[in-house]
Design a protein around this ligand. Structure first.
Ligand code: FE2
Length: 120
């Protein structure tokens, strides 16, 4: 059973999908169940920070700026408004891990290619 906005990953081929509408079935990719990605909300590492920081319309990752190299970078930042509007910006290596959205951000998620899914 899935829930809206859950994100699942295939550990075989690397496919990542987001649920738009809940369903009863199990998501399968490469003949294996896809893995539900947990939203991490607490920093673990002392030097590298992943939790998205929200200030009005701006979301940045993180309190210490996250690396943006081809090997290790924030792939996307997603923001949700008070009214439930959702916007996701995909990033490339060498871009700043910071996005100015067109609405006041209530909550945010970010995805690091190595350290996975984060939420604030
Ligand atoms: Fe990371």
């Amino acid at each position: 059973m899935t829930k809206r906005k859950e994100i699942y990953k295939c550990n075989v081929c690397g496919n990542i999908v987001e649920i738009l509408h809940k369903g009863e079935g199990e998501l399968i990719c490469c003949k294996k169940p896809m893995i539900l990605m947990k939203e991490i909300t607490k920093e673990i590492d002392k030097t590298e920070k992943h939790k998205p920081i929200i200030k009005d319309n701006i979301v940045k990752v993180g309190s210490i700026e996250h690396p943006m190299t081809p090997e290790h970078y924030i792939e996307w930042i997603e923001a949700t408004s008070e009214s439930g509007q959702i916007c996701k910006k995909f990033l490339n290596p060498n871009e700043n891990p910071e996005v100015n959205f067109e609405f006041k951000v209530k909550s945010a998620r970010s995805y690091c290619n190595l350290h996975l899914l984060w939420k604030n």
